[in-house]
Design a binder for this molecule. Structure first.
Ligand code: URA
Length: 297
């Protein structure tokens, strides 16, 4: 190097330009698979004005194009100034979820075992400091580890936080009625949420919280490998499908998510505030059950 610099000086070069060499970076995020609208029901497109107002007022959770964190010019603009959250993102997935994602599950026992390992990992998760410091416990998921149908909600509320089980509060009671009326059984389903910790005051999950929790959702889907998913509400629908439209625009269709058929409908909490929208959810359930060969009246 010294010899080369002497040579340059000898040729009259006294200053070298500063060059920024990009550092190699690990890819932490992976692009979402593209979505294919599998089928459409013309009859169930109607959305009441009240419905549209309320749903549209909820902030979109995930931008349409997800940029892997390592490709962002300024990750702190997305993650805020919270260093531990940033560190968590940079640390990549937990070894437990990585191991679960690498295995293939064909029987009930191995699925149960994998879910229980994941639940333990979730219970110790500190990626969202605000949520982790306030939770009574994490709310992982419940139900049949080999379920054909998975329900995905938004996040635990007060009752779920207290009990450690999803959909056990007032919204859960209404969900149970919908399940029963649809000739389904809660114990046959697998039920989880976008978040595994309760957001304070039941506010909407923040994008970085949903992103921290995503590997757990992906792992749960990978283990259970349902044939169908129902997304309850805008938060679940937008996050799972990487959509920006409100649920009112996403209902009445079946989406394909990694080979799984996905239907989106209104969240039971929304129905508690807007009972008129129950009619649309019933239309959605009739449409959904028809795919399973069940005609609901
Ligand atoms: N709302 C949700 O989205 N999930 C729950 O578990 C409870 C209420």
């Amino acid at each position: 190097m010294a010899q080369w610099l002497r040579h340059l000086a000898g040729t009259g070069v006294t200053h070298l330009p500063k060059v920024d060499v990009p550092k190699p970076s690990r890819v932490l995020g992976k692009p979402r698979p593209s979505l294919v609208v599998a089928e459409t029901v013309a009859a169930s497109e109607s959305v009441s004005p009240a419905t549209t107002d309320v749903v549209a007022s909820r902030a979109p959770i995930r931008p349409k194009a997800v940029t892997p964190v390592t490709e962002m010019k300024n990750p702190s603009s997305v993650l805020g100034s919270d260093h531990s959250a940033k560190a968590a993102m940079q640390a990549g997935p937990f070894p437990e979820t990585k191991a679960v994602m690498e295995a293939v599950y064909t029987d009930l026992e191995s699925r149960r075992d994998a879910l229980s390992k994941l639940a333990k990992c979730v219970a110790g998760c500190q990626r969202c400091p605000e949520l982790a410091s306030r939770r009574t416990q994490t709310v992982f998921g419940v139900g049949n580890p080999s379920a054909d149908i998975m329900f995905i909600g938004e996040a635990p509320g007060a009752e779920e936080d207290a009990k450690g089980e999803p959909f056990v509060g007032p919204a859960g009671q209404l969900l149970n009625k919908i399940v029963e009326a649809s000739q389904l059984k809660r114990e046959d389903l697998y039920i989880c949420n976008i978040l595994r910790c309760r957001p304070p005051g039941n506010r909407n999950p923040l994008p970085e919280e949903a992103s921290h929790c995503r590997e757990f959702l992906d792992a749960q889907i990978h283990v259970v490998q349902p044939k169908y998913i129902i997304c309850w509400g805008t938060v679940a629908a937008q996050n799972l499908l990487n959509e920006t439209q409100a649920v009112g625009k996403l209902r009445g269709k079946l989406f394909d998510y990694r080979g799984i058929k996905v239907m989106c409908t209104y969240h039971p909490s929304y129905l508690l505030r807007n009972p008129a929208a129950k009619k649309q959810v019933w239309e959605d359930m009739k449409f959904f059950m028809k795919h399973l060969g069940v005609e609901l009246q």
